[in-house]
Design a protein around this ligand. Structure first.
Ligand code: FES
Length: 325
């Protein structure tokens, strides 16, 4: 079974592919891609980067939705071809969040303001999500309170429940930009040290984004390099600057105090769905650990089960956490 955290290998693969598409000898032909669809992309990736396992193909569907973005017009069909909605969930599963070795993330030791982003997939394969531990400019955890988030597109609002964990500082947001779907490495998290007086602004952060973040009073931001959309992770990933008109959807987390493990448990259906989804319950493919009967043995909990109960059963069954998807 696959792990919930996207592996370094997958990310390295994605970065290499992005680079080849933009700068390689064999340029990625968007017209061919429009005609031939994902098959062309997979062939291109195999010829220019390396073999694709079925899991990596599914990963590419979600992760690479922004890579060919040259113009707005060409990006739109890319999004729809690469990220088709093929399967539906009856409800949101409980998924333990594990590291690249398959070990559950411990909330109390999860790095604050980690510059190297941590990603996991939820609720479907390819739905990549930031896991972030918010902190101040000295990297001390900061509680993220509940807030109301406005959707600029239509003026509607929804509730963001705030952070979880021992300091209520851990949050999770979709890592797929709500403008046209660019994903890591195009979309970045910037911690408060860049925005405090005398902060060292990274030269790859456009000054317009920096100024807008400062003007909005944002302590840290998530910024998308593709066209400049900026989000505020301290306030439910609300929009700071467009062109996006929709906040990043959040993943509701549960912190099990007994084990210190973190679970992805739900999404808010009043928030905009993940980019190019009509619903967060629809996606390209199930996580490998998903069991439609909600079996605890696959790290998905029944309605009245506590995560720690589930783990007790798992461990007594001789299973390991490496199966967490
Ligand atoms: S895809 Fe356009 S700003 Fe992110």
């Amino acid at each position: 079974m696959r792990k919930v955290i996207i592996s370094r290998d997958d990310l390295a693969f994605a970065w290499k592919l992005v680079w080849k598409m933009r700068h390689g000898k064999e340029k990625f032909d968007q017209e061919k891609f429009m005609k031939a669809g994902r098959g062309y992309l997979y062939n291109y990736a195999e010829q220019n980067v390396g073999p694709l396992s079925p899991g990596r193909r599914a990963f590419l569907k979600g992760v690479l939705i922004g890579i060919g973005v040259v113009t707005v017009a060409s990006a739109l069909p890319l999004v729809s071809v690469l990220n088709p909605q093929e399967v539906t969930l009856k409800s949101f599963p409980w998924i333990v969040i594990v590291d690249s070795n398959g070990n559950p993330i411990k909330a109390s030791t999860f790095p604050v303001n980690e510059p190297t982003i941590m990603l996991f997939q939820y609720p479907m394969l390819g739905d990549i999500t930031f896991l972030l531990n918010m902190g101040d400019e000295n990297d001390k955890p900061v509680a993220i309170p509940p807030t109301k988030v406005t959707i600029p597109q239509n003026g509607a609002t929804y509730d963001f429940p705030g952070g979880v964990g021992p300091n209520k500082s851990i949050v999770a947001y979709s890592a797929i930009c709500q403008h046209l779907g660019c994903a890591p490495p195009e979309i970045h998290f910037y911690p408060p040290k860049y925005f405090s007086p005398g902060g060292n602004v990274p030269n790859f952060l456009p000054s317009s984004a920096y100024q807008a973040a400062v003007a909005a009073g944002a302590k840290s931001i998530i910024h998308c390099d593709c066209h400049g959309s900026t989000y505020d992770p301290w306030h439910g990933a609300a929009v700071v600057t467009g062109p996006t008109v929709r906040p990043l959807p959040y993943v509701q987390l549960y912190w099990d105090q007994d084990t210190d493990f973190l679970y992805a448990v739900s999404m808010n259906t009043k928030a905009p769905p993940i980019m190019d989804h009509t619903s967060d319950l629809e996606g390209a493919a199930y996580l490998d650990s998903y069991d439609s009967k909600t079996q605890c043995g696959k790290l998905i909990l029944g309605q009245n089960q506590k995560p720690s109960n589930c783990y007790t059963e798992l461990q007594s069954d001789g299973n390991t956490f490496s199966g967490g998807s």
